[in-house]
Design a protein. Sequence first.
Length: 359
Amino acid sequence: CLQMLSKEELVSIARSSIPSWAKVKGSNLKTSVVTGGLTNVLYKVEAVSQQVPGPSVVLVREFGQGTSVYFDRQDEEQLFEEISEAGLGPRLYGRFQGGRVEEFYDAAPLNHKQTTDPKYSTVIAKKLAQFHCTRVPLLDRDEDETPLLSVFMNSWLQAAKDTVLHKSSDKRALAGYPMDWFEQEVERILQLARSSDSPLVLSHNDLQCGNILKEKASGSIRFIDFEYSGLNYRGFDLGNHFCEMAINYNVESFPFFERRPSYEPTEQDRLKFFASYLEGLENSGISKDSLPTISQLEYEAKVFMPASHLLWAIWAIIQAGTSNIEFAYVDYALLRLRCYENCLDRLSSEQHTVEDSEE
């Protein structure tokens, strides 16, 4: 369990990161917990009743225990800094053992209904296109250009095999999905991904509504939480975002999430999203003749939707064995596995239909 930082520790961390706060009295620095998050603890530290140059409020992020199972923390820190310098994420003010100090966005996460509202979805699509067009130094240093989908699938699957589920009801619930089944499906998905012709870009990889904020003053849309970000197939962000649109995480009682088919983006929702995405690519300087077609984007999204469901199902199994956050991880894994099988069936029946019409 995470040992919460005390007010004294938070004040000391904030002061060492914001030089202009050195002379601010401790009694004028107010601290509060923003959220428990699914992997980190976030705190807000605010300079009150005393004018200070520089920021008057910062976010202190304390990294969750055991998160190194999912990604390389050193790479994550480096990438956060580079995304921040590119103006795509919060400013980095400083680091401390086990966390960092970031710019505080006075903003609220979108809810899952807002993500399908054209007022927001068109902005999200353009922002995602801009993100995909950004070159950061970390990606240029990745000589072998291995997409994160295969890195995550292989290392998370290994971690899932080593995960011990303590409840016999959890073991029974997952008995229909033995580890050799997962091995087979991971291979199938990575094969599908390789043959998709989806280019490798800087991907967010976790674009669910909780990671998309709307600033209170300006109404601007911001992406946050780049822990899973890095080089990946463009189609993964598209497919993953569409999968996440149908899941509501703002549920206050067990199982703390819900998914309804009525939440899924319609074909019209997706086409609007792609049109805005293409506009975003053009705004980022991609020439018209280099733009993908809408049907190519639609194909990529459909190929990577099952990949998203399988990946987050594996993530949830590891969480079920290691996390003490109140969330029904096994139920969530089962939901994503059912969606995985449905998506795969839909994809193969569509491919057969295309093949039949070509004969």
